[in-house]
Design a binder for this molecule. Structure first.
Ligand SMILES: [Zn+2]
Length: 169
């Protein structure tokens, strides 16, 4: 049975590469890999290729769409038996976002959560975000909800521009 492990590794890498192309439905410039929603993949005992995803928060309405898109991406990559598992523990944290993800958010005009903010960022307990346009720290929150439930609406007192801040509750 020595041939099984390398085949599993190859399938795992192919599954992760395919799943990593799936964009976040709410912030299409970010992939689910950028966000840290894509966790792992493996060849299951029944021959299915299993991909683990962790929702940014448990009620996230985008997760069903993400699971569907991951399955489609694996099928397109020639992996005939994809299966998506939603893994709730350990809970997703903004610390799983890549540095590239934070930069892409900033470029999209959305203030990213500060690195190391962890669960506090989700609960709105992190320090106020800096303005994604001029980097001023002099900002104020206008509304708990921005353009989607995953963002709050802020305004920069320095450049007067409103901006979204990524959060997930
Ligand atoms: Zn500003």
């Amino acid at each position: 049975m020595s041939g099984l492990a390398p085949a599993g590794d190859t399938l795992r890498a192919a599954a992760l590469a395919a799943a990593a192309t799936v964009p976040d439905p709410e912030i299409p410039s970010l992939s689910i890999a950028d966000l840290g929603v894509l966790r792992d993949a493996r060849l299951a005992e029944d021959g299915a290729v299993e991909v683990d995803i962790t929702p940014t928060y448990s009620g996230c309405p985008a997760m069903a769409m993400i699971a569907f898109e991951v399955e489609a991406a694996l099928l397109r990559a020639g992996l005939p038996r994809p299966r998506v598992r939603t893994v709730l523990a350990p809970a997703w944290t903004t610390d799983w976002m890549t540095g590239e993800a934070r930069e892409k958010l900033r470029q999209a005009g959305i203030a990213p959560p500060p690195p190391g903010a962890g669960r506090a960022a989700l609960l709105g307990l992190a320090p106020d975000p800096a303005c994604p346009r001029c980097a001023s720290a002099d900002t104020e929150r206008l509304s708990e909800f921005g353009t989607t439930a995953c963002k709050s609406l802020w305004r920069c007192r320095a450049c007067r521009e409103p901006f979204d801040h990524f959060k997930c509750i």
